[in-house]
Design a protein around this ligand. Structure first.
Ligand code: C5P
Length: 220
């Protein structure tokens, strides 16, 4: 049984990877199973929130009670999130959003050439969804995530400040991909707090408890 610490709150969560098309059958993506984001969406629902998830492609079923909008690319995720953000009290940005999309993506499947020359791809940056939501006047209270491969504290704290979010959740990417346990570190304006290693479900519940507490404390 979960205490209803988010009763009456609207929570918007992004989860999963985004996929950027090269052609109709090939994509560039980030490694993300979606497990953490889905577990957080579920934990927020169990805590009494009205939860809407914007999800990139994953193999997971939508958590019970959670509404889901499915998207593929970062630009689609951006559009869906910006259409919903003003209605949310809390935005939890868990998705592993691709930083770039392919400008010269092809509508037809690229064929191998006789000399087997690889295609040249041109990239352009995707919108930073979290930074944009965090910058909204009257926007939701924002939580970011950072998966790093080294120097977690340094990168995560810098990212929190750059994106302008009160709380950023860090983890080491190589420890977290496609496994069920996770060791999260919380970063706020006072510093870092390491959570114990927990299953993604338990970590999500603990995180939701922390988010509810901090969101409440931030309200006038
Ligand atoms: O910049 P980086 O991708 O490392 O930042 C991670 C955080 O920013 C995550 O919360 C992720 O969901 C969010 N993000 C985003 N839009 C992007 C890139 C990252 O919302 N284009």
């Amino acid at each position: 049984f979960q205490p209803k610490v988010l009763a009456g709150k609207r929570v918007l969560v992004t989860a999963g990877p985004t996929m950027e098309r090269i052609d109709p059958v090939r994509v560039i993506s980030n490694r993300s199973s979606g497990k953490t984001g889905y577990a957080i969406a579920q934990a927020a629902f169990e805590a009494g929130a009205d939860v809407l998830m914007v999800s990139g492609p994953t193999a997971l079923p939508p958590p019970y009670g959670v509404k889901r909008i499915d998207v593929e690319s970062a630009r689609q995720m951006h559009q869906a999130v910006m259409a919903q953000a003003h209605r949310a009290d809390i935005f939890i940005s868990v998705a592993a959003v691709a930083d770039w999309h392919v400008v010269n993506a092809s509508d037809d499947k690229l064929k191998k050439t006789p000399d087997n020359a690889p295609p040249s791809l041109e990239f352009a940056p995707n919108p930073d969804i979290l930074a944009e939501v965090a910058g909204l006047a009257d926007g939701p209270w924002c939580v970011g995530f950072a998966a790093e491969t080294s120097n977690l504290h340094e990168h995560a704290q810098a990212k929190r400040e750059r994106k302008g979010v009160p709380l950023l959740v860090g983890n080491l990417a190589q420890e977290v991909m496609h496994v069920d346990d996770t060791s999260l570190v919380l970063f706020d304006e006072h510093g870092a707090y390491a959570m114990p290693t927990l299953s993604k479900k338990d970590a999500a519940r603990e995180l939701v408890r922390v988010i509810a507490q901090r969101h409440a404390a931030s309200q006038p």
